[in-house]
Write a protein that binds this ligand. Structure first.
Ligand code: SF4
Ligand code: SF4
Length: 198
């Protein structure tokens, strides 16, 4: 990625007042994701195990605390939403089985619904191109995905050295075939209002 790390969003938001807190967001997360943040012990095992915690502006433990505090705006603008790699290590390590990865998915969905721009446009673009491939042929056509991504981000020579090597070792298939029941996959996309054309 050519993007540099965006500034932490902490300074953009006013300090929270304890007498103004409500648990609406915690209830929403419980209802929509089946995740009860009130079970958090604040042990920090999720943050310690997080694959990308070292570049997050808010670590998984802090994210859970922000949900408890009801700070929706800060959560929807945080950079961590776009650097989380959905590895689920946070969930795996949590003694209370709090699925932070599912919460991150849900928060990303809310940024789409509420038109909150992603802090890392290239990551959002990659998501869209990957989903576009699934919609088109039912699976990810890796070679085309990488080419499309490099062209759209104007990184024309980015993989020029490694691409041919992978091709000749049989690691890149330029002719990924589609699945037979592609219409069923497309129906799922038609029902999903979140996807954007890129
Ligand atoms: S799913 Fe996201 S938040 Fe959880 S450990 Fe992986 S990168 Fe970190
Ligand atoms: S591992 Fe679970 S209980 Fe511990 S801080 Fe993270 S979310 Fe809370």
């Amino acid at each position: 990625m050519s993007e540099t790390m965006p500034k932490p969003v902490a300074s953009f938001f006013p300090a929270l007042r304890l007498d103004e807190l409500d648990d609406a967001l915690a209830r929403e997360i419980k209802e929509e994701c089946g995740v009860d943040v009130e079970l958090c012990l604040e042990c920090g095992k999720c943050s310690g195990g997080c694959s990308n915690g070292h570049i997050f502006d808010y670590t998984p433990r802090k994210i859970v605390q922000l949900i408890k505090l009801g700070d929706r705006e800060r959560l929807l603008h945080m950079d961590a939403l776009w650097t989380c790699v959905s590895c689920q290590l946070c969930w795996d390590r949590c003694p209370s089985a709090i699925n932070v990865a599912r919460v991150m998915d849900y928060l990303r969905e809310q940024t789409y619904k509420e038109n909150v721009p992603p802090t890392r446009k290239e990551v959002a673009l990659f998501h869209e191109l990957m989903l576009g491939s699934v919609e088109r042929i039912g699976r990810v056509a890796e070679t085309r995905l990488v080419l499309e991504f490099n062209i759209k981000t104007k990184q024309y020579t980015k993989d020029a050295d490694i691409g041919p090597k992978m091709f000749f070792k049989g690691k890149l298939n330029p002719f990924t075939s589609g699945i037979k029941k592609i219409e069923e996959v497309r129906q799922i996309f038609r029902k999903n209002p979140l996807r954007k054309e890129v």
